[in-house]
Design a binder for this molecule. Structure first.
Ligand code: MN
Length: 260
């Protein structure tokens, strides 16, 4: 009888030990304007494949909602989307080649980025997410690469999302070099805007052959960075070359949780 009780006790407690041993960090993924409470499954799947638990952060401009969500997540992914309002956030008149802008999402993304970084949360910005990270800290963007940057490479590819079409050169002294172990990569490209001047406290860590910024990072930390390309599309399709970027976010998220 005593033996049965003991084995029942161990059986009952086992799940708690198991959970304690392998905490899976919760990664907040920002929602997109086309559906303000959801986000493309590519981001969600990339986080899952890296060992994180994705939760979508719905678009809101209520700072108490954002603060409450940030108190339960261990890291943030800022997703891609439309163009930023250049007048409101960069003091520039909109040029004719500017695309669609999404004012409510601009406000949400800006609040989310600033509040998350202030809390010390790890943050990975992708495409628009990388651009807004730069603008949030005082950097600027090209509103339209073809008309402003004189670039010759096609940055809006007509090819599947998980297919790389242009190469990038990666700065050796950077987080993404450390994670990818390579000074070269071939990336996908779905953008007509790009970082122009990096924000104070940030540096450019990758460029395309025509000089367009393809990655940035915050100086002095290894937990705030962004890519112009979409690594999640490769990871989602089973191509693991860029998986270390998401694994690093999950690692930093675990450290953030442990340090609380
Ligand atoms: Mn590109």
């Amino acid at each position: 009888m005593k033996k049965l009780f003991l084995s029942l006790l161990i059986f009952a407690l086992f799940p708690f030990f198991a959970v304690a041993q392998e905490y899976k960090p919760i990664i907040g993924v920002s929602a997109t304007e086309s559906s303000p409470a959801s986000t493309p499954s590519t981001y969600v799947n990339a986080v899952k494949r890296a060992g994180g638990v994705p939760v979508v952060i719905p678009i809101t401009t209520d700072s108490t909602q954002i603060a409450a969500i940030l108190s339960v997540v261990d890291a943030v992914v800022m997703t891609g989307g439309a163009d930023i309002d250049p007048l409101k956030y960069m003091g520039e008149e909109p040029i004719r080649a500017l695309g669609e802008i999404t004012p409510t999402r601009d406000e949400f993304d800006m609040m989310l980025i600033k509040m998350a970084v202030k809390r010390g949360l790890p943050l990975f910005g992708i495409c628009r997410g990388e651009q807004l990270l730069n603008v949030a800290f005082g950097g600027t963007l090209y509103q339209d690469i073809p008309s402003q940057a004189g670039a010759y490479i096609k940055h809006n590819q007509d090819a599947p999302g998980s297919y790389g079409t242009h190469s990038i050169d990666i700065e050796k002294n950077s987080l993404i070099y450390k994670l990818l172990g390579s000074e070269k990569a071939v990336v996908n490209s779905f953008h007509h805007q790009a970082v122009k001047e990096p924000a104070p406290g940030f540096k450019v860590t990758a460029k395309s052959k025509d000089g367009i910024v393809e990655a940035i990072e915050m100086i002095g930390t290894d937990k705030v960075w962004g890519t112009q390309f979409h690594p999640e599309s490769f990871v989602n399709a089973g191509d693991d070359f860029f998986l270390p970027l998401f694994e690093h976010l999950v690692k930093k998220a675990k450290e953030y949780r442990a340090g609380k």
